[in-house]
Design a protein. Structure first.
Length: 272
C-alpha cells in the first residue's frame, strides 16, 4: 500500500515532530542539500527539512552524482543548527546512518549494514547514502544532513554503471513502500537519536558499530595514496575509524575510499 507523496501528507503524518515542522516539498529541485543550504542562508531554523521527489543535480561526496529519478525514491535534507560544538558536527554522519538503518529495519523489516563512513547496504548493495555538509551561512553554524534512499525503483531503471552495486527496498523485499510514511519515520528517528547524541554521542556510536558489524568486519581502504587492510576495532571520539592491520598495528583513518569490505560469516562483501 503506498499513499500520496506530498508535503501536506508528510506534515500530517509528522504531527508535532520538531524535525520537518518547517518543511519544503518539491516535485523537482537541483539538490535538496543545495536547497537547504540556500534556505539556511536565509535563516532556516534547526530541524528545517527539504524533500524532493526528483533531483536534477543530486550529489554524492567528492562531486559524485546521486541518481535521483522522479516517482520512486526519497531525497531529503535536514538542518542541524543548535550550537552543537564544532567537533561534534563532523560526527553527524554516524547519527544519520543509524537513523536510516533503524528506519529501514522498522519499515521494511530488514537490518541493513552500515559501511564506513556513509553508506547503507543490504545484501552487498547500496540502498542509501548520506552526505553531510557545513555550508558557510550567517548566524548560527549549520550542518545539512542529506539522505538519499532507493525505495520503489526497479533494478533495470538504475543507470548501467551502478546496476550491479545499487538496489532499492522494493527490489529486496518485493514490496512497494509509502515514501511519506518512510520519511515521517526517518524524521522521528532522527529526532529521538539527536536528543541522545546531543547529550553524549556514545550511544549513537555504539548503535552505528552494531549496524556496521564491528568487530567482525575487515576493510581495505585507499588512504593517502596507500592501501590499508585491517580489522575494524572501533570509532574514536573524533569519528576516525580504527583498524588493526596484519602486523597488529592500530591505524587511525579519518578519510579514505573503501575498496572492499569483508564480513565474517556473511557472504555479501562488496567494495561499493
Ligand atoms: C553518497 O555519496 O553516497 C551520498 C549520497 C547522498 C545523496 C543525498 S540525496 C539528498 C541529498 N541531496 C543531495 O544532492 N545529496 C544528498 P558517495 O559515497 O560519494 O557515493 C556516490 C556513488 O554512489 C556514485 O558515484 C555512484 O557510484 C553511487 N550511486 C549514485 N546514485 C546511487 C543510487 N541512487 N543508489 C546507489 N548508489 C548510487
Amino acid at each position: 500500500m503506498t499513499g500520496e507523496f506530498t508535503g501536506e501528507r508528510l506534515k500530517t503524518l509528522l504531527g508535532d515532530c520538531p524535525i520537518g515542522r518547517d518543511l519544503r516539498f518539491h516535485t523537482s529541485t537541483d539538490s535538496t542539500n543545495e536547497e537547504l543550504s540556500r534556505w539556511a542562508n536565509e535563516g532556516a531554523p534547526h530541524g528545517a527539512a527539504v524533500v524532493a521527489d526528483q533531483q536534477t543535480g543530486g550529489r554524492g561526496r567528492l562531486g559524485r552524482t546521486w541518481f535521483s529519478p522522479p516517482g520512486v525514491n526519497s531525497h531529503t535534507s535536514v538542518l542541524v543548527r543548535d550550537a552543537l560544538p564544532p567537533k561534534r558536527q563532523s560526527l553527524l554522519v554516524y547519527l544519520a546512518g543509524v537513523a536510516v538503518a533503524e528506519t529501514i529495519r522498522e519499515c521494511a523489516g530488514i537490518s541493513p549494514f552500515l559501511k564506513w563512513p556513509n553508506d547503507v547496504h543490504v545484501s552487498g548493495k547500496k540502498i542509501s547514502g548520506v552526505l553531510c555538509e557545513s555550508p558557510a551561512v550567517p548566524g548560527a553554524p549549520a550542518v545539512v544532513l542529506g539522505i538519499g534512499i532507493n525505495v520503489n525503483g526497479r533494478g533495470e531503471d538504475f543507470p548501467e554503471e551502478i546496476r550491479d552495486t545499487a538496489a532499492s527496498l522494493s527490489q529486496i523485499t518485493g514490496r512497494q513502500f509509502d515514501r511519506a510514511l518512510l520519511l515521517s519515520s526517518l524524521y522521528r528517528t532522527l529526532d529521538r537519536l539527536y536528543k541522545s547524541f546531543r547529550h553524549d554521542p556514545a550511544t549513537v556510536f555504539a548503535l552505528w558499530k552494531q549496524f556496521a558489524g564491528f568487530p567482525n568486519v575487515t576493510y581495505r581502504i585507499l588512504h593517502n595514496g596507500a592501501t590499508i587492510q585491517g580489522g575494524a576495532v572501533d570509532l574514536d571520539a573524533d569519528g576516525a575509524l580504527l583498524l588493526r592491520d596484519g602486523q597488529g598495528r592500530l591505524k587511525k583513518i579519518h578519510s579514505g575510499e573503501v575498496l572492499e569490505y569483508m564480513r565474517e560469516g556473511v557472504e555479501d562483501a562488496s567494495g561499493h
